[in-house]
Design a protein around this ligand. Structure first.
Ligand code: NAD
Length: 472
């Protein structure tokens, strides 16, 4: 007899396990199906491991600058990359154990194997039963849930004419398995993954070249911020080919060679390794979408604002749907989906309030509209405060960057905040909360901020909109 559940979740990444835990805490009878490692991309192959590496890169930077703080040392440093990797693996393992115990504590039935949704049949009159193919020779298992949450995530995209071997030509998965740093690497794609790896590898002593199709890095941030990151990367010794389309990559025992079109000129770039970071594709294959009559296209599963697919008892969240591919977005979407299953009256997510963070040196973060427009050019007011005038950043020896605050010229509403500089990815939470609560720039500027703190730069930039900054 198929086992019955209130909810079966396909995929144990942050979208899947957050939804499963929320539903279980609300008293639903929940099963979670995962074919690989619990924790998914963010925990195992994305956010967490790369940020563990970035911490080691930061330690190197601080060591190199230590004399600025009045400390002289006769010691040199040596990067023990295997140890850095082992530290990363330990952090990932302990977070994975944490998620596993949350699953147990919340009495969620955990199934290892490949799950797919079934269409209607004589055994399953309503579409949405789930079949699990366990690893090995064990029999298939059928579950009959009232609702299904598909959170199968995404995988690295590739380009035609590139054969990924995860030895010399790597994806963001394979690069995390390296046990030795290469001498040089070319990174195809100057998006978020590309620039984060460029930053951390450069500080670890690897010669980095970025090859980007667009005429600027991190296309989703403002032109000003892209230009600032490029200048900072140049200072750090990173080579960049912009407006350059990679056409093919070949690899042999000595390394890899990229052939690319740079504004009409054929160029070749040689390096020991190549990282392909050209976006991620939704995992929509072999999960029964056609059989269950769920609409999708190559960008992912189609959903309404409550994440219901074309089969209304089947929901989908995270990287498998065409919204922002961010871990915190997947988690937030899964909570809305579970609320909807429970018939809660909930507002949909306002994607303009979602903070974005890029963990380079310097860090970059933004929320809302930060390119100086609110639909129309010249519609936004702009306030700015530079970290070089902020006491705390001077003390920290990190005075690169600025906070910019944008408001709508017609009604003075806060529309966006962009931060480049120390702890930008933490600082962005304050303006994100401001946007969520419909705060005005005046309110951001009037709220008393601790002194000395980096957050004063947000207050000053907000006040600068009306020319009221006292420190500028
Ligand atoms: P991306 O879409 O951000 O960037 C890919 C880049 O590759 C683009 O700039 C594109 O122009 C370039 N490109 C494509 N084809 C090319 C070619 N033939 N030659 C040269 N360049 C080419 O994708 P990503 O960096 O792979 O990241 C994937 C997703 O993961 C993104 O949605 C990102 O937001 C998410 N992510 C987020 C974080 C974070 O929030 N800190 C970290 C990592 C990944």
């Amino acid at each position: 007899m198929p086992k019955e559940y209130d909810l079966v979740v396909l995929g144990g990444g942050i979208g899947g396990y957050s939804g499963a835990i929320k539903a279980a805490k609300a008293g639903l009878n929940v099963a979670l199906v995962e074919r690989d490692l619990i924790g998914g991309t963010c925990l195992n192959r994305g956010c967490i491991p790369t940020k563990a590496y970035l911490k080691s890169a930061q330690a190197i930077r601080e060591f190199k600058n230590i004399s600025e703080f009045g400390i002289e040392t006769n010691y040199d440093y040596k990067v023990d990359f295997l140890k850095i990797k082992q530290r990363k693996d330990k952090i990932v393992q302990s977070l994975r154990n944490g998620v596993s115990s949350l699953i147990k504590m919340n009495k969620i039935d955990y199934f290892e194997g490949e799950g797919s949704v079934l269409g209607t049949s004589i055994f399953t009159p309503k579409s949405g039963s789930v079949m699990i193919k366990p690893d090995g020779d064990a029999d298939e298992i059928i579950l009959t849930p009232k609702n299904v949450l598909i959170a199968t995530g995404s995988r690295p995209a590739n380009l035609p004419n590139i054969k990924i071997d995860e030895k010399n030509i790597l994806t963001s998965n394979g690069i995390l398995e390296l046990e030795k740093l290469p001498k040089s690497i070319s990174i195809i794609g100057g998006g978020v993954i590309g620039v984060e790896w460029a930053s951390l590898l450069t500080w670890m002593g690897v010669k980095v070249t970025i090859v980007e199709f667009q005429d600027r890095l991190i296309i989703n941030e403002s032109k000003k911020v892209s230009a600032q990151l490029k200048k900072e990367f140049e200072r750090q010794g990173i080579d960049m080919y912009l407006s350059t389309k990679v056409e093919s990559v070949v690899s042999d025992d000595n390394g890899a060679k990229i052939s690319a079109d740079n504004d009409g000129n054929e160029i070749e770039i040689e390096s020991e390794k190549v990282l392909v970071a050209v976006g991620r594709r939704p995992n929509i294959e072999n999960i029964g979408l056609e059989a269950a009559g769920i609409e999708f296209d190559k960008r992912g599963i189609k959903v309404n604002e409550f994440y219901q697919t074309s089969a209304e008892n089947i929901y989908a969240v995270g990287d498998v749907i065409p919204t922002l591919q961010l871990a915190h977005v997947a988690a937030a979407e899964s909570e809305v989906a579970v609320d909807k299953m429970m018939k809660e009256d909930i507002p949909p997510i306002d994607y303009d309030n979602i903070p974005r963070g890029i963990y380079t040196y310097p860090e970059i973060a933004s929320v809302g509209i930060t390119d100086g427009t609110d639909g129309n050019q010249d519609q936004a007011n702009h306030g700015q405060f530079d970290f070089k005038f902020n006491g705390k950043s001077m003390i920290m020896g990190e005075s690169i960057g600025q906070v910019e605050v944008f408001s709508n010229k017609k009604n003075d509403d806060l529309i966006g905040v962009s931060i480049v500089g120390p702890h930008a990815t933490d600082l962005i939470s304050e303006p994100a909360l401001g946007l969520y609560l419909n705060a005005t720039p005046e309110e951001l500027g009037e709220a008393v901020h601790p002194h000395p703190s980096l957050s004063e730069a947000i207050m000053e930039a907000a006040r600068d909109i009306n020319g009221n900054s006292l420190n500028k």
